[in-house]
Design a protein around this ligand. Sequence first.
Ligand SMILES: *[C@@H]1O[C@H](CO)[C@@H](O)[C@H](O)[C@H]1NC(C)=O
Ligand SMILES: *[C@@H]1O[C@H](CO)[C@@H](O)[C@H](O)[C@H]1NC(C)=O
Ligand SMILES: *[C@@H]1O[C@H](CO)[C@@H](O)[C@H](O)[C@H]1NC(C)=O
Ligand SMILES: *[C@@H]1O[C@H](CO)[C@@H](O)[C@H](O)[C@H]1NC(C)=O
Ligand SMILES: *[C@@H]1O[C@H](CO)[C@@H](O)[C@H](O)[C@H]1NC(C)=O
Ligand SMILES: *[C@@H]1O[C@H](CO)[C@@H](O)[C@H](O)[C@H]1NC(C)=O
Ligand SMILES: *[C@@H]1O[C@H](CO)[C@@H](O)[C@H](O)[C@H]1NC(C)=O
Ligand SMILES: *[C@@H]1O[C@H](CO)[C@@H](O)[C@H](O)[C@H]1NC(C)=O
Ligand SMILES: *[C@@H]1O[C@H](CO)[C@@H](O)[C@H](O)[C@H]1NC(C)=O
Ligand SMILES: *[C@@H]1O[C@H](CO)[C@@H](O)[C@H](O)[C@H]1NC(C)=O
Length: 849
Amino acid sequence: MPGLLKMPWREVLPLWTLVVLLQLVLVPSQLAGCLLNPCLEVIPNKTFRCMGLNISGVPAEVPNTTQNLDLSFSNLKSLGSNYFSSVPELQLLDLTRCHIHTIEDNSFKDLHKLSTLILTANSLQYLGTAAFYGLTYLKKLVLVETNIASLTDLPIGHLHTLQELNLGHNNIASLKLPKYFTNLTSLRHLSFHSNKITYISKGDLDALREANRLNLTLVLSLNDIKYIEPGSFAKVHLGELVLRSCFENFNVMHTSLQGLTGLQVNRLIVGEFSDSQRLVAFQRGLLSGLCQVQMQEFVLICFRKIEENTDTLFNCIGNVSSIRLVDVQLEEVSEVPMFSQVKQLECKKCKFKEVPAMKLSLFKELRVVRITKTKHLNTFRQKFESLRNLEVVDLSENHLSFTRCCFLQFHKCPNLKYLNLSFNSDISMVGDLTNLKNLLYLDLQHTKLVGPGSYPVFLSLQKLVYLDISHTRTHVKSECTFCGLNSLQVLKMAGNSFEHNKLADNFQNLSRLHTLDISSCKLVQVDRSTFDALSELKNLNISNNKLLSFDPVVYKPLRALTALDFSNNQVSVLLDSALEILPDSLVLLDISQNLFECSCVHLNFLKWIKEKQELLQNKDLMICHTPAYMKNMSLLSFDLSSCHLNASTVAFSVIMLLAAVVFLFLIYKYYFQLYYSLVLLSGCKHSAERGDTYDAFVIHSSKDQDWVMKELVEPLEGGTPPFQLCLYYRDFLPGVPIVTNIIEEGFLSSRNVIAVISTDFLESKWCSFEFDIAQSWQLIEGKAGIIMIVLEEVNKTLLRQRLGLSRYLRRNTYLEWKNKEINRHIFWRQLTGVLLEGKKWNHEEVKLM
Ligand SMILES: *[C@@H]1O[C@H](CO)[C@@H](O)[C@H](O)[C@H]1NC(C)=O
Ligand SMILES: *[C@@H]1O[C@H](CO)[C@@H](O)[C@H](O)[C@H]1NC(C)=O
Ligand SMILES: *[C@@H]1O[C@H](CO)[C@@H](O)[C@H](O)[C@H]1NC(C)=O
Ligand SMILES: *[C@@H]1O[C@H](CO)[C@@H](O)[C@H](O)[C@H]1NC(C)=O
Ligand SMILES: *[C@@H]1O[C@H](CO)[C@@H](O)[C@H](O)[C@H]1NC(C)=O
Ligand SMILES: *[C@@H]1O[C@H](CO)[C@@H](O)[C@H](O)[C@H]1NC(C)=O
Ligand SMILES: *[C@@H]1O[C@H](CO)[C@@H](O)[C@H](O)[C@H]1NC(C)=O
Ligand SMILES: *[C@@H]1O[C@H](CO)[C@@H](O)[C@H](O)[C@H]1NC(C)=O
Ligand SMILES: *[C@@H]1O[C@H](CO)[C@@H](O)[C@H](O)[C@H]1NC(C)=O
Ligand SMILES: *[C@@H]1O[C@H](CO)[C@@H](O)[C@H](O)[C@H]1NC(C)=O
C-alpha cells in the first residue's frame, strides 16, 4: 500500500487500528490469539516454547520465572552480552536453528542455573572468548552442526561442571584435545560423531590421560578414520569407545584397531550403522588388534558382511567377560578358544537356524546366554552341557519349535535359574523337568504350549518363583496343573482358558502367591473355594472375563490384596456385602468397563464410587450400561441427589394425583352445590340492581307446566288484583345464560318465589337447584319469601328431606294444593294474601279497578 505511506501519521493511525480490528473480527479468535502471542506456555511460568520468531532478545511475554525456554527456529542472528538477563532462572535453553552467527562475550552471563544449552544447527562464525562465561552450572553443551572446525579456540575451558559435550556433525579434523580438557574433570560423554577426523596420533588424547578419568564415553562414529597411530590410546581409561562406520575397508579397520593397543575400556563398540553400511567384510584376523586392549564388554554391531570363516572372531575377545553380537550375520558360532573367560554372551538378530548349544557349552565360564530376535532360529536339539555356572538362558522372540522341553536341552546345568522361551512358535512340555529343579524364573508366554493344563508338568519345580504362561493356548483341565509349585509367587495366566470357563480348585497349594493374572481367560464363574489358599495374594488381575457377579464369599480369603483389576467384566453392581469384604490394604481397584446399572436402586454403590475415587482406576471408563437413558454416562457424573429428589417427586405426584381424584370426586358429587355457590356469588354482585317487576317468580318442573298455566297463571294474572308472574319459558330473555336469567329476571326482579313442588320437582336436579338458590337468596337478602305449593301426590318423607327447615321459616308460606273446592278456596285466599303483602300498586291499575 504505497499510498498509505504518504499519508500523514494522524490519518494512518486510525486506519491501521481499523485493519487490526478487522483482522480480529475476521480471523477466528484462536488464530488471532496465536498471532498475538507466539509463545506457548507448556508448563505455567516454567516452560515456554516460542518457535519461529523474528526478534532480537527474549520475548517480553516470557516471565523471569521461566526454567525451560525453547526458542528454536527463531531468527536471532546474533547474541549480545546479557542477552538472557530477563530469564535468570533458566535451566534449559534450546537455540536450535536460530540463524545465530555471532555469540559475543557474556551472552549467557546471568544464567547461573543453566544446565543444558543447545546450539544445534547454527552456523557460528564468531564466538567470543568469554562467550560462555557465567555458565557456572552447565552440564550439557550441544554444539552439533555449528560449523566448528577446530577444538583449539573453543572457549569452554572454564566449564568445570560440564558432563556432556556433543560436537557431532562439524568439521573437526583433529582429535587433538587441547590442554583445557584437563579442566573438564566432570566430562562423561564426548561425541565427535560425524566429523572429519582421519588420523589419530600419539598425544592427541594426552588431556584424558592426565585427568586419569575412568568412565568417559568417547564417540568417534562416522568419521572416516584412515589410521590410528599405535600408542594413541595407550594408558587411556575410557568407559566406552564407539567406533561405528569409521573404516572404509578391511585393511584400514584391521590396522586401525591395532592402534588401540594399550587402551583400557569398559565397553568397546565396533561395527556399522544399519543405514550406513561401509563395505567392511569380516575376514580372518580382523579383530586381532583387540588382543592388546583391556575391556569388559565387546559389542559387534550391524556387521552384515561376513564373507570368510569367522573362526578367528573370538581369538582376541575370548577373555572379555561380556560379548554382544547385534545384527551380525553369523550363521554358526565361531571357534571357541580354550579357557575362555566369557561369562555373558548375547546374539541378537543373528542368523542361527539352530540353538548352538554344543558350541556355547565350550564357554565354560558362561553365566548368561541370550539368543533373541533371530528370525530363522527354529530348532533346539543340541544340549547345553556341563555349564556349572549357567544361570540365565534367554531364547525369547525366536521361532523355536521343539518337544520334550526341557529335559534333553539342559544337562548338568544345575544352577539354571532363569529360562525365557517366550514369544516362540510351539513347545511341547510333556517331559521331565527334574533337571531344572533349581529354576526360579520360567517365562513361556506367547508360545504355543502342549502339556500344561492337562498334566502336572511343573511338579518338580519346587523352587520356582515366577511362571508366565500367558497366551500359550493352555486349557486348564487338570486340577493339578500347578501342583508342585509350592514357592510360586507370580503366576501369569492371561489369555488362556479353563475347563467349563470356570475356576475351580486350581490354585490349592499356591499359598505363597502374591501376583495372579487370570485376565482374558473367558471366565464365566469362580467357585467359592477357589481363592481359599491365597491369603498372601497382593495383585489379582481377573479383568477381561465374562464374570456376572462379584461374589463376596469368593474374594473374602484375599486378605492381603493391594491391587485388584476387575475391569471389563459384566458386573452391574457391587453389593454392600461385596464392598464390605474389600480389605483395607487395597490401594488400586479397577472396575471399569463393566455393565453398570445406574439406578437409584443401587444408591449405596453409586455413593461409594464417589467416596472412593482415590482407590478407583480408569474412572473415565466407568460408564453406565443401563438404564437406556443413562447409557454412556460416567458413573461419577451420576447425580445422587436426583435419587432423593425422585423419591420426593414420586411422593408429591402421588399426593397430587390423590388430591386431584378427591377433588374431581367432590366436584362430581357436589356439582350442583358448587354451581350454586357460583351463582350466589354472581348474585351478590348484582344485589344492588334489584327491582320488583314481578310479584312472584314461579319455579316448577316442566312436567307441571300445564298445572301452572291452568291453576296458577290464569287465575293470578287474570284475577283482581292481577298479579304479575315471572315464568322462565315466557319471561326469560333469549340469548342470556339461563343462570343469569334465573338470577336477574327471576330472583332479582321478583318479590316472591313460588315453588310448585311435585314429585317431578323433587326428582329434577334443576328444580332442586333453583329451589336451593331461592333458599340461599332468601338467607342472604332476607327478602323474597318462598311460597311452597305442594301438589297432592308428593311423597311426604322426601318432601321433608328436601324442603328441610324452609317450610317452618316465618317468612315462608307452605300451601298444599288439593283438588277439592273447599281446599282450593282456602288455598287461593292464602296465596293471594301472601302475594298482596308489600305489593306496590300501579296507579293506573288502581284506577282501572
Ligand atoms: C505465574 O506467575 C504469576 C506472576 O508471578 C502468578 O500470578 C501466577 O500465579 C503464576 N502461575 C502459576 C501457575 O504458578
Ligand atoms: C525479520 O525482521 C527483519 C526486520 O526486523 C526483516 O528485515 C526481515 O525480513 C524479517 N524476516 C522474516 C523472515 O520475516
Ligand atoms: C521477577 O520479576 C518480578 C517483577 O516483575 C520481581 O519482583 C522479581 O524479583 C523478579 N524475579 C527474579 C528472580 O528476578
Ligand atoms: C582451567 O581452570 C583453571 C582454574 O579454574 C583456570 O585458571 C584456567 O584458565 C582454565 N583453563 C582454561 C584453558 O580455561
Ligand atoms: C559409566 O558410565 C555409564 C554411562 O555413561 C554408566 O552406565 C556406568 O554405570 C558408569 N560406570 C561407572 C563405573 O561409573
Ligand atoms: C585368556 O585367559 C587365559 C587364562 O586366564 C589365558 O591363558 C589366555 O591366553 C587368555 N587369552 C587372551 C586372548 O588373552
Ligand atoms: C522374557 O523375554 C521377553 C521378550 O524379550 C521379555 O519381555 C520378558 O520380560 C522376559 N521375561 C522375564 C521374566 O524377564
Ligand atoms: C501342598 O503343599 C504341602 C506342603 O507345602 C505338600 O505337603 C503337599 O504335598 C502339597 N500338595 C500338592 C498337591 O502339591
Ligand atoms: C490386567 O490385564 C489386562 C489385560 O490382560 C491389562 O491390560 C491390564 O493392564 C492388567 N491390569 C493391571 C493392573 O496390571
Ligand atoms: C456409547 O458409546 C459408544 C462408543 O463410544 C457408541 O458406539 C454408542 O453409540 C454410544 N451409545 C449411546 C447410547 O450414546
